[in-house]
Design a protein around this ligand. Sequence first.
Ligand code: LMR
Length: 348
Amino acid sequence: MKVYITTAILTIVLLLGAIGYKQQFWQTASLPVDHEQQGLNQQIVINFSHVVAEDTPKGRTAIKFAELLEQKTNGRIHVIIYPNGMLYNDDNELKALQDGDVQMIAPTFSKMTKVIPSWQVLDLPYLFHTDEDVKKILNGRVGEQLLNQLGHVDIKGLAFWNNGFKQMISEKNPLVKLEDFQNLKVRSMPSNVLQSQFELLGASSITTSFDELYSEIENHEIDAQENTISNIYSKGFYKVQNHITLSNHGLLGYAVLMNEDFWNSLPPDLQEDVTEAMSEATEWNFQMAKKMNKVDLEKLEKEPNIDITSLSVAEQKRWEQKFQPLYTSYKDEIGSVFLKEIQSEVNH
Ligand code: LMR
């Protein structure tokens, strides 16, 4: 009897085991295998933070780069862009990059001059006169040498992007004659050359991050600023400052930066894809930025209350003369290597 009971229990246990195995087998066998989902586990994400709107030269080039890179890597790299300073602003984006909280940023080179003082050369007023000169320098041998300077601060420099030439914009009076700057509060990015540029004209320079600029103008803490037409248009500065002087006195461009440990963690084939996507996006950037500043100027010209003045040739000569001491100070403080190289390559 005991033997019968034991045999019956054993048979039931074996039967239940077999049924369970069969169910599990069919469940596993019938699960759809999604190779794309499996691939997603290995997908690499680049978080790219910047401070301007999407519809600007920097915003659009960031999107172009993201598209090109995703295509080249068949989706192995996915770039998420955070525009408008929604993640980090001018004051904390560099730290976020160095800490690896984001993998890419693209500050103006002026905002990097405290870290890389030699980059102040790019802030010297009237160093560049044409878009072709800008491209030749930023996208050529000098640009490469300037980017290599980032090795000292453990950042991978990928490229320089352009926005365009800066113009003056002010609230009360047009800024045409040098004397018009006397006693004004002028916003400057954190660069010694830019600060001295306004101080030379008898103005006081106030350093403000881009995200706070609009409200400081509205609150009359700032009388004037320099910026490109595309930034003036996209950020709506013309609604609170309606005198624009087309002075083309300085260059506004960006250093496109990647966290160095992140770069080193990429396998060689993906590094190559990043380099290729960056070089194509950069080539596209130079054409598109020029076009965008032109189109946005046409839109501003149609605005009823905006007064737009171009500097006469004679007035521009006066501005250029006035700014000469900035060249001397740069040479004394930093040296003349980059300056000489740039001057020998651009048309003067
Ligand atoms: C500014 O701070 O005025 C601009 O440089 C912002 C930008 O990134 O274009």
